[in-house]
Design a protein around this ligand. Structure first.
Ligand SMILES: Cc1cc2nc3c(=O)[nH]c(=O)nc-3n(C[C@H](O)[C@H](O)[C@H](O)COP(=O)(O)OP(=O)(O)OC[C@H]3O[C@@H](n4cnc5c(N)ncnc54)[C@H](O)[C@@H]3O)c2cc1C
Length: 415
């Protein structure tokens, strides 16, 4: 590896790949330093079997009708599926009666309306404060929803931040996996794997970076590591940037984990349908049965519950998923569910969690985290997106934004 560059991109997740793709079109020397041996970060498709791609991180192209990745995938010939998700179609739910579905949908709508109103009136409170009294019996499911959606309980979610998220409600899938599709867009020649950045010194005329493969210097750097890693100062920055650490601390990564099970008798489980593990408690799984008709069940755990399962160690989430499925489909299915994969994103040292949420009072932290420093340190990553945070396309867009900032600071235009 040479030791002088114009721009160093730190991290080869969705944000870093987007930044690198844009920077690579300018007359610049660019390198992407990635700590792991693989690219994609939280966009990670595991090819457990060639016919069964498993998205361990992002799986849904949210806001697909305006998601820039959807257009890029289509241009690259990557196959997309446009079937609306089972969790957005109450009629596919397996364990609520028709009356209960109507009542839960109404409780959810009331809750969203209360949050919207609070966000619009400038309140910066905890989302839990806006649970309508009518929520009653549905409160545990609304908490479970927050655990999956925010990766955190409603008490830790800023109303302003929640209200700022923009989503068109259109969700698609990449047939061979969202993670694989994102990685297929990577400018591979620029990427150096197994090259963790350990420190950045921005005290001198050029940036000086200590990496796992030696020291390099650069005119500018685009930092895309997760907010949890910035909050922990996992990369030592000299002189320190306390405002960045504060901003990142206000944007912790929630927890979300997946378990994949392969049923040997798939027909027991209706295809493209959804099941709540329980409807009377928040500490439960969400089950996507046979997505795309495939012989797999994708089990989702979120928030404090996912954190507790992860702390129990490998296999705990898988065991609970099987127990909850047995409770619905009978003891016979116990021996028929083959575990394929289980994630523990909170223990992944390259992420330390799943996706960011703003703590109450910290909605402004996203802009603060995104702000460049001295025209040569630029910040990207899902947590820096003000409207599409916690998503892969938000990360991608943030990488393009940071690359444009760097190009402008260097007096260059995209060719
Ligand atoms: C379980 C789960 C489900 C999800 N579902 C969806 C979904 O359906 N749809 C959606 O849009 N989003 C979803 N997401 C969120 C989405 O995956 C992330 O928002 C997005 O991938 C984050 O990209 P990023 O580039 O900001 O960060 P990352 O993907 O974390 O990339 C950062 C990169 O930096 C690297 N790195 C870290 N430290 C260093 C260092 N010191 N030196 C060099 N490199 C370093 C990491 O290895 C990583 O590759 C999900 C995430 C999870 C975990």
């Amino acid at each position: 590896m040479q030791d002088e560059f114009d721009v160093v991109v730190i991290g080869a997740g969705a944000a870093g790949l987007a930044a690198a793709a844009r920077l690579s079109r300018a007359a610049l020397s660019v390198v992407v330093l990635e700590g792991q041996g693989r690219i994609g970060g939280r966009a990670h498709t595991l090819a457990a079997r060639s016919d069964l791609p498993l998205d361990l991180g992002c799986g849904w192209l949210h806001s697909a009708d305006r998601n820039p990745l959807a257009a890029l995938f289509s241009r690259a010939g990557i196959a997309l599926d446009r079937t609306p998700p089972a969790w957005s179609r109450p009629e596919t739910n397996q364990n609520l009666s028709p009356d209960e579905r109507v009542a839960f949908t109404a409780a959810m709508r009331d809750f969203e309306a209360a949050l919207d109103q609070a966000a619009r009136s400038g309140q910066e409170s905890r989302a839990v404060a806006h649970l309508p009294p009518s929520a009653g019996r549905w409160t545990p499911m609304l908490e479970a929803f927050s655990a999956y959606y925010n990766g955190a309980p409603l008490s830790q979610v800023s109303v302003q931040d929640y209200g700022a998220f923009q989503d068109t409600g259109v969700d698609w899938r990449a047939l061979d996996g969202y993670g694989a599709a994102i990685c297929s867009l990577a400018p591979r020649a620029l990427i150096v794997p197994h090259c963790a950045v350990l420190s950045i010194d921005h005290g001198g005329p050029r940036l000086r970076l200590e990496t796992a493969r030696g020291a390099i210097t650069a005119k500018a750097a685009v930092l895309t590591v997760s907010s949890a890693l910035i909050a922990q100062e996992a990369i030592r920055i000299h002189p320190r940037l306390p405002a960045k650490v504060d901003a990142a601390t206000g944007l912790p990564l929630g927890q979300a984990d997946k378990v994949f099970l392969r049923p040997s008798a798939p027909e027991v489980f209706p295809r493209e349908s959804h099941l709540w593990g329980a409807t009377d408690k928040a500490a439960t799984g969400s089950y996507y049965l046979r997505p795309l008709g495939r012989p797999v069940i994708e089990c989702y755990f979120g928030g404090d519950h996912a954190r507790a399962l992860s702390a129990e160690g490998p296999g705990a989430a898988t065991a609970l998923a099987i127990d909850e499925l047995v409770a619905h489909y009978g003891a016979d299915v116990r021996g028929q569910l083959q575990p394929l994969a289980e994630t523990r994103w909170g223990d992944d040292p390259w992420a330390l969690g799943a996706y960011s949420h703003a703590l109450p009072g910290c909605a402004a932290a996203r802009r603060a985290l995104a702000e460049p420093v001295d025209g040569r340190l630029f910040f990207a990553g899902e947590a820096t997106s003000s409207r599409s945070f916690s998503t892969a396309h938000g990360a991608w867009e943030s990488g393009l934004r940071a690359a444009d900032e760097a190009l402008e600071a260097l007096g260059l235009r995209e060719s």
